[in-house]
Design a protein around this ligand. Structure first.
Ligand code: GH3
Ligand code: MG
Ligand code: MG
Ligand code: MG
Length: 292
């Protein structure tokens, strides 16, 4: 776990860091410059931050305010470290999104207990979010989360006048894969397909499992021609793959895909229906192909 300690007094930062290293599996990063510390924390997935209240340039309050603009308290806990007796400061810190505080001089038993609690809570929050958003078999978004994210994307492109395309992917004759090799082998093929989709995407694209053996890929800032190229790469990759299953089978399979580019003013479901119709055409046309 990654823990960051920010205190303008180097010796204090190091001391707190030394205490925290007593927690199992913890790597500590110390910063005396809160601006640098914040930049680091926002560029990483930090499990716990300890931030001093009194610092030049940016005090602990300002730090929390800026960190909270991008990082939730449930998943990114912050402990404020303060020598101030003033309860008003604590109230403000909690309001801004501090999860807890420790007094200076720091008492290691208290620090470790609070740190440990917050790390455990963070782990639970991350677990819960993943359960609610990620398909456990394939690691891609579950249907509901995929649709929520896609709605945001449509709204964003509507506001900024951008492009957006979607690809519907459906495994061909998947029922016979299950019938021939068994359900567990079918599951391995689904994992392979999800991975093949993910391997061909850029950072801003995302994949969802819409149902059984059907996936969708949302491609922001992408026109129809580029989306077709992505789909074609996935098609070829799948068709050339051999899935070697745990029980020794070697499975070849194919996918059909339908691609659609969003029209300004169009709803998400209307765009997805067009992609679905294109997928149907790909099936009708003989499968292992991409249609628009
Ligand atoms: P088509 O080419 O027309 O798409 O034919 P298909 O057989 O792929 O389509 P159909 O919809 O008839 O069958 C889908 C199959 O996918 C049936 C179902 O048992 C299987 N399936 C759905 N979810 C899972 C899953 O999680 N694991 C496995 N192994 N199979 C699944
Ligand atoms: Mg200080
Ligand atoms: Mg199918
Ligand atoms: Mg299907």
């Amino acid at each position: 776990m990654q823990v960051v300690v920010i205190d303008d007094t180097l010796i204090t930062a190091r001391l707190i860091g030394e205490y925290l290293k007593q927690l199992s599996d913890v790597t500590v990063h110390t910063y005396t410059d809160p601006v640098e510390g914040l930049e680091f924390c926002l560029s990483q997935d930090i499990d716990l931050v300890l931030v001093d209240y009194l610092m030049p340039d940016m005090d602990g309050m300002e730090y929390i305010k800026r960190y909270r603009a991008e990082r939730t308290p449930e998943e990114y806990p912050v402990i404020m470290v303060t020598a101030m007796e003033d309860k008003e400061i604590l109230r403000e810190a909690f309001e801004l999104g501090a999860n807890d505080f420790v007094d200076k001089p720091v008492e290691p038993i208290e620090l470790l207990a609070r740190g440990k609690n917050l790390l455990a809570l963070r782990r639970k929050s991350v677990e819960l979010r993943e359960l609610a958003t990620v398909d456990s078999l394939t690691g891609v978004f579950i249907r509901r989360h995929f649709l929520e994210e896609s709605e945001h994307e449509v709204a964003r492109e509507q506001r900024y006048g951008g492009k957006l395309s979607v690809i519907m992917v459906d495994a061909d004759h998947f029922k016979s894969v299950n019938d021939t090799y068994g359900h567990a082998a079918g599951d391995e093929v689904l994992r392979h397909l999800a991975k093949s989709c993910k391997d061909h995407l850029r950072d801003q694209d995302f994949v969802g499992r819409l149902g059984g053996e059907e996936f969708a890929i949302m491609l922001p800032e992408t026109d129809l021609v580029s989306a077709q190229k992505v789909a074609e790469r996935i098609r070829v990759n799948v068709a050339e793959s051999v899935v070697a299953t745990k029980d020794g089978s070697e499975i070849r399979y194919t996918v059909s895909q339908g691609v659609a580019q969003w029209h300004s003013g169009e709803s998400l479901s209307a765009m997805m229906q067009r992609a679905d119709a294109a997928l149907y055409a790909a099936k009708e046309g003989g499968r292992n192909r991409v249609e628009q």
